[in-house]
Design a binder for this molecule. Structure first.
Ligand code: C2E
Ligand code: CA
Ligand code: CA
Ligand code: CA
Length: 283
């Protein structure tokens, strides 16, 4: 029994070391990626549900890895989130997005707000708000052209700190979007508590998928109910992951404000996004 115990301990230890090692090598690779400019931002347009005009965009990170090619965020953001690197990455993203947006505006392109994703950890950085102020000062971008997307998990942990930070950001003129609504712990009740803090909700794409793939009347009804409640709470609604005209038409009928999804455009590199922006409208 003693021997087994020892072996078990060793196996446990070995696997822990592997995990630690993976985390460590990915962290050092990512750190290099930041220095070597291997991180790149893609932009996905948000389109008015009725007029199909581009009214905003979301910035999404990509990692151009020298050996692995393009790495998607789901494969490194959660791991980066376990280290202090996430702060550095998100600071880089914020500055990059503001510089990019300002340079598009200076070049005479239509002025639109661009959102970035903020991880729950970021709210615990004492210099978070200060850093945002500094970026606006440096880039001269008006705060109304910058938005943040947060997850409900951000609101659940350290609620008081997070709400205070969000209020400070709102006073600066930044709009707050609630990402992936309908997944995780969210409920219609908790949405009510977000009144005055959340400006816009993004309905998760799992609901949108159901709109045309399910025979159930109920799935359409749930989405309509979420939209109506959000409007009642003076929040706008973005539908995520819209891929078909049928979904778009249902959402338009439900008075959904904004549409984001492959139907209009995948996330594209900055230069391609600028071309979309010049056209203004996506057919
Ligand atoms: P998210 O914030 O929910 O972003 C939307 C994801 O859905 C993006 O995946 C986008 O490419 C994808 N998508 C957009 N339209 C469609 C569609 O019509 N159909 C389908 N099937 N998918 C669609 P992506 O770029 O791989 O990002 C995945 C997640 O990684 C994001 O989910 C976000 O949670 C996270 N992420 C991305 N960039 C950042 C970042 O800069 N910071 C942080 N903290 N997280 C990020
Ligand atoms: Ca998002
Ligand atoms: Ca989302
Ligand atoms: Ca997501």
């Amino acid at each position: 029994a003693k021997k087994l115990g020892k072996n078990t301990y060793q196996i446990f230890n070995a696997s822990m070391n592997t995990e630690t090692f993976k985390l460590f090598s990915l962290e050092s690779d990512l750190r290099k990626a930041l220095e070597l400019n291997q991180l790149e931002l893609y932009y996905q347009p948000r389109v008015n549900a009725t007029h199909h005009q581009i009214i905003g965009a979301e910035a999404l990170i990509r990692w151009n890895h020298p050996d692995w090619g393009e790495v998607l965020p789901d494969d490194f953001i959660p791991i980066a989130g376990k280290t202090s690197l996430i702060s550095q990455i998100e600071k880089w993203i914020m500055k990059q997005v503001c510089l990019q947006n300002k340079s598009w505006q200076d070049a005479g392109l239509p002025a639109i707000p661009i959102s970035i994703n903020i991880s729950p950890q970021r709210f615990m950085d004492k210099d978070f708000v200060m850093n945002i102020k500094n970026v606006f000062e440096l880039t001269k971008l008006e705060p109304e052209y910058f938005q943040i997307e947060i997850l409900e998990t951000s609101l659940l942990e350290n609620e008081n700190i997070v709400i205070r930070v969000l209020q400070e950001l709102k006073e600066m003129g930044i709009r707050i979007l609630l990402d992936d609504f309908g997944t995780g712990y969210s409920s219609l009740l908790s949405l009510r508590q977000c009144k005055g803090i959340i400006d816009e909700i993004k309905i998760d794409r799992s609901f949108i998928y159901e709109l045309s793939h399910s025979d159930e009347e109920n799935s359409n009804f749930i989405t309509k109910t979420i939209i109506d409640l959000a409007h009642h709470l003076q929040m706008d609604v973005v539908a995520e992951g819209v891929e078909t005209i049928e979904q778009q038409e249902i959402l338009q009928g439900f008075k959904c404000n904004t549409i984001q999804g492959y139907l209009y455009s995948e996330p594209v590199p900055a230069s391609e996004f600028a071309e979309l922006l010049i056209k203004g409208k996506i057919e």
